[in-house]
Design a protein around this ligand. Sequence first.
Ligand SMILES: NC(=O)C1=CN([C@@H]2O[C@H](COP(=O)(O)OP(=O)(O)OC[C@H]3O[C@@H](n4cnc5c(N)ncnc54)[C@H](O)[C@@H]3O)[C@@H](O)[C@H]2O)C=CC1
Ligand SMILES: O=C(O)C(=O)CO
Length: 312
Amino acid sequence: MDIIFYHPTFDNAYWIKTLSAALPGARVREWKRGDNEPADYALVWHPPVEMLQGRNLKAVFALGAGVDSILSKLKAHPEMLAESIPLFRLEDTGMGQQMQEYAVSQVLHWFRRFDDYQALKQQARWEPLADYPREEFTIGILGAGVLGSKVTEALAPWGFPLRCWSRTRKSYPGVTSFAGKEELPQFLQGTRVLINLLPNTAETVGIINKDLISQMADNSYLMNLARGVHVVEADLLAALESGKLKGAMLDVYSKEPLPADNALWAHPRVAMTPHIAAVTRPAEAIDYIARTISQLEKGEQVTGQVDRQRGY
Ligand SMILES: NC(=O)C1=CN([C@@H]2O[C@H](COP(=O)(O)OP(=O)(O)OC[C@H]3O[C@@H](n4cnc5c(N)ncnc54)[C@H](O)[C@@H]3O)[C@@H](O)[C@H]2O)C=CC1
Ligand SMILES: O=C(O)C(=O)CO
């Protein structure tokens, strides 16, 4: 079996060595321009079209959870990957725990009013503030899939009212589930902290806009852990100015790296990280990919296949 590997920034030698060890007998090589030798599987992130085009592959594995960049490239270059070749993505493989850490630490930061105390500190003001009632600190998770469900699990022990919104109804313990466009207004009503973990699709681009924000509780918070295109940044800034939103924690942006002149950098109530909420953990990802390839070779059922029509 031949496997080709391409990632613009990973430690490719480590991946090739570890994957080879996990799949004895497989020949794993780094794909380089001009390599047209046969391959059975391809592992990719931001692949050049010529890497995949015209190959008789058994499957392609995306080296991340979101496949929006691969699917948008496919839209522009449908010849890159035949419809019949399945595309897989990473399901959790260590990203769930990272999202849990990120979400829980920031929710607690806001709940304990550390943002307010930080602002008071700037003015050397000693001023104990009233606690927020826990039962009114409702947390809503947009996108209740692999990562969204992990985040609800980590938040559950803290006792906040929890709700999620997804395409189909979920039954996660202690979480009120809302499904579909028609239930979005109900989901938003009273939501104090909105955590976004939706995939980037034609239906979700720009979903966090002024209309959506206006339906949330006053003095609410936004945490965007999914993709920058979900948020209309001008509407976010306007909501921060009007006071409708008290703060935002952003990991992803409409343009990455975020240009130095973007107003988000300077905003005192916007906290930011540079798209690191959950990164691909090589050992876990290799374990999943090796296991899935072995199962595919034996004709067994596998998980993680992307529905290209649905867009995630
Ligand atoms: N910031 C970061 O470091 C990272 C960001 N991500 C982002 O997180 C996203 C989510 O990842 P997973 O949980 O693994 O995806 P998933 O596919 O398991 O879950 C997606 C959820 O969104 C819901 N959904 C999709 N379209 C919808 C619609 N139109 N209306 C209502 N609900 C809809 C689905 O029902 C599902 O509950 C990825 O697509 C990626 O963009 C993923 C990893 C790291
Ligand atoms: O896996 C993904 O989709 C990511 O965004 C990784 O940072």
